[in-house]
Design a protein around this ligand. Structure first.
Ligand SMILES: Cc1ncc(COP(=O)(O)O)c(C=O)c1O
Length: 464
């Protein structure tokens, strides 16, 4: 396997010389503080590290162009700002301030921040949620949203969801295109999709116009490594480029870029495919064992779901199992009373996954509390008297929950799972919204993004 950026990184760390460039650690902070030296050791800038300052942009562009080909895209950039930055780039690229866009309500906070920066007005489509598991927005929902909002410019989807589930993406893309919408897919959790015959295809191969994916989530890349890829039939290459550069650091970490390039090289190699195949098999075996012990574990046989995703539903006791896992050195990415989500990638060996399953089965989850109240498809979106952008720029204050009813939210609040925001800035806080959130919190569900996750107080727009 060969990655030019990784080779460049390697050359620099083995013979850095004494560059009179940033970063200021000059690869010699270990001389005064060994641990600082170690942590700075692998930090190589793009400019003056991976390539001379004057040619670095074209060295990076060459690697990005090769990656675009791997996904069948016309345009690709590597971000060191995570999928958060990548989602913001796409929001800045699809329209103009004041435009409407259709957005699946399980959008990540970063999509919302992109809409806010770009001044786009979201018209939400609520994904169906069955027993805490998002099953996606349906073609029928999209058809009626398109009819209701004919001026919308783009459709924003999250595929797969945080829980690995996938909608009928092909139909959604077809409907959106027929209505003249560009389709932007946040595939943060699916960098590996489309790179093994046992895996569902990635969104670009199904016709989407743009895709964001976190190389650091499912691939062996540095934290913050992300990719943004696009086709330029419905999106402008020039606007994409300007949107990216507008919001990107001018001092990118070459180490992150080199690891991104190497990770995608690995992904698209025989070794990568072999590891992905092994991962699919190990997760299937884990699912079988967990199900045999009576646990509910959604899989490709029961849902449209990424086969490498392991979502373990428990009768309760999830937080105790999390403690067992942490004690065993196997900390999961997400745990609440009733759901456990370990992140599994092509770097997990079958024996690692077996160890994880052993620890879960030792306790198996003991019913400790009533099952967390799930959002359902019938959950009604609250009225939105302000746009997210107006609510963001308004003066805000913090009020007790009892005084928040009837006020306008200044914050995003999303119970995870399923990761559907119950409130976004600009929406009215209703009594039923507060009840729903408090019931989820009482059942041990993580209340993400809220300034006060205990929900004792809420951030609201002042004077409204
Ligand atoms: C669906 C989704 N999109 C985007 C992001 C942001 O990704 P990053 O952490 O790479 O900025 C996340 C983070 O978890 C996410 O879950």
């Amino acid at each position: 396997m060969h990655s030019e950026l990784l080779d460049a990184w390697s050359r620099f760390v083995s013979r850095p010389g004494h560059p009179f460039t940033i970063p200021g650690h000059k690869q010699r902070s270990g001389e005064i503080w060994p641990e600082l030296g170690e942590v700075n050791q692998g930090d190589v800038p793009l400019f003056g590290g991976l390539a001379p300052v004057k040619t670095a942009v074209s060295a990076l562009a060459t690697a990005e162009a090769r990656t675009a080909v791997r996904w069948g895209a016309d345009w690709c950039r590597y971000s060191t700002g995570g999928s958060t930055h990548a989602n913001q780039v796409l929001a800045l690229a699809v329209g103009s301030p004041g435009d409407e866009v259709l957005v699946a309500r399980n959008a990540h906070r970063s999509v919302l921040s992109g809409l806010l920066l770009a001044g786009l007005t979201p018209r939400w489509i609520s994904p169906a949620v069955t027993d805490g598991l998002i099953t996606g927005i349906t073609p029928a929902q999209l058809r009626s949203a398109v009819a209701e909002w004919p001026a919308a410019r783009a459709l924003f989807l999250v595929e797969p969801s945080y829980l690995g589930t996938l909608s009928d993406r092909e139909s959604l893309i077809e409907i959106a295109h027929a209505a003249g919408l560009a389709v932007v897919v946040d595939q943060a959790w699916g960098a590996h999709l489309g790179f093994h015959p046992s895996l569902p295809p990635h969104a670009l191969s199904l016709g989407a116009d743009a895709l964001v994916t976190s190389a650091h989530k499912n691939l062996p890349a540095y934290s913050q490594a992300s990719l943004v890829l696009a086709r330029t039939e419905r999106l402008s290459a020039d606007r994409l480029e300007r949107a990216f550069d507008l919001s990107f650091t001018t001092s990118p970490a070459g180490s992150i870029l080199a690891s991104t390039d190497a990770a995608v090289t690995l992904l698209d190699s025989e070794i990568g495919r072999g590891l992905l195949g092994e991962l699919v098999e190990s997760v299937a075996a884990a699912r079988t064992r967990l199900r045999a012990a009576g646990l509910e574990v959604p899989g490709p046989d029961t849902h449209s779901i990424d086969p490498t995703k392991l979502v373990i539903r428990l009768p309760g006791g999830g937080l105790e199992i999390e403690q067992d896992l942490i004690a065993a050195g196997l900390a999961p990415e997400q745990a609440d009373e009733t759901t456990l989500i370990p992140i599994l990638t092509l770097l997990d060996r079958p024996s690692d996954i077996e160890r994880l399953v052993e620890v879960v089965l030792r306790r198996k989850g003991t019913p400790s509390r009533p099952k967390g109240q799930s959002l359902t498809a019938e959950w009604a979106l609250p009225p939105a008297p302000m746009t997210p952008r107006d609510a963001f720029f308004a003066r805000t204050s913090t009020v007790p929950a009892s005084d928040a009813i009837g006020r306008i939210s200044a914050e995003v609040i999303a119970p995870y799972p399923p990761g559907v925001p119950v409130l976004v800035p600009g929406e009215e806080i209703t009594a039923s919204t507060i009840d729903l959130l408090q019931a989820a919190a009482a059942a041990g569900v993580r209340i993400a993004y809220a300034a006060d996750p205990t929900l004792a107080t809420f951030q609201v727009v002042e004077g409204r």
